[in-house]
Design a protein around this ligand. Structure first.
Ligand code: ATP
Length: 284
């Protein structure tokens, strides 16, 4: 089967920033975490996928077909970091406003999500908490027959319980193998729980795309004393952090044997991978 989403050599230049040959593919049935530091280009890539901004070169395929000029409103559910709706609206108003745009609007499903999330139909959006508003957007995104969910940092500022509920929702969604999720977030612990694939952007370039487990196995976190640092071949350590008594850095796991004895290695978290890679780029 074709991939649900495929981005091929996407290039887009802003005056002070550019996406450079961004490529990745998301198969059906999986969650892909889309990660990278602030300004890496995640939102720009997502907007290009959603036809919200143009791009210079490259191709985007959705559901096996070119995305240029195509309207996939029904098939893509979008949850952004801020709701698009008017603050004086109630969830009932939101439904009235959005339902006509979707051929496959499922009022019963929407009602079910409102009940599940304890969101009153009659409360104005400005009276809802940030978590409630995010859940309302997720309810809309999941009530029009979407096969691909795209989330752009919807969880920043949410408490762990609300985030956990969202993660559960995403896992339920991809239990249907026709579906898939592209999830951009800075809360990498959520991705450690639910992502199958990771695409890692740094300064407009993809530095890794593939299975999360492969990424986590490819790099290890090492720590040692200051005196050991001088004995390590240059170029082996990524993003070294030195402190009074020692150092820590990332190393490609397959190169661990090149380190002097006595240096401990452990599995790096996704967050550590981002931080050390970013620091490595700053040092270069
Ligand atoms: P964050 O994690 O902070 O949301 P991001 O990875 O989503 O970051 P983008 O929002 O894609 O990053 O921004 C990437 C770069 O593109 C930034 O340097 C930003 O200033 C620049 N940029 C975004 N939109 C425009 C625009 N319309 N005009 C010019 N530059 C832009």
């Amino acid at each position: 089967m074709h991939n649900i989403l495929e981005v091929k050599s996407l290039n887009k230049a802003y005056p002070e920033f550019a996406l450079k040959d961004v490529s990745f593919a998301l198969p059906h049935g999986y969650v892909m975490g889309f990660i990278g530091p602030n300004g890496a280009g995640k939102t720009t890539t997502i907007k290009a996928i959603l036809n919200m901004v143009g791009y210079d070169t490259g191709e985007i395929f959705l559901f096996g077909k070119t995305a240029k000029g195509a309207a996939y409103n029904d098939l893509i559910g979008v949850v952004m970091d801020a709701p698009f709706y008017v603050n004086d609206w109630t969830p009932a108003d939101v439904e009235r406003a959005v339902a006509p745009f979707y051929a496959a609007w499922n009022a019963a499903a929407f009602e079910g999500f409102l009940r599940r999330f304890s969101i009153s139909r009659a409360k104005k959006l400005k009276e809802l908490s940030r978590g409630m508003k995010m859940k309302l957007m997720a309810a809309v995104a999941l009530s029009h027959g979407a096969k691909l969910l795209i989330l752009d940092e919807p969880t920043s500022g949410l408490d762990p319980v609300a985030r956990d509920e969202l993660c559960d929702l995403l896992l339920e969604f991809v239990a249907d193998e026709q579906n898939a999720v592209l999830f951009s977030t800075h809360i990498t612990s959520d991705l450690e729980k639910i992502a199958d694939y990771i695409t890692f952007l740094l300064n407009g370039r993809v530095v890794f795309t593939g299975l999360k487990e492969e990424l986590m196995e490819q790099y290890s976190l090492v720590r040692g004393g200051r005196e050991e640092l001088n004995r390590i071949p240059k170029g082996l350590l990524i993003g070294v952090r030195e402190y009074a008594s020692g150092f820590e850095a990332l190393v490609q796991t397959e190169r661990l044997l090149e380190l002097p004895r006595g240096i401990g290695a452990e599995r790096a978290s996704l967050e550590e991978l981002i931080v050390f890679w970013d620091r490595g780029r700053a040092i270069q």
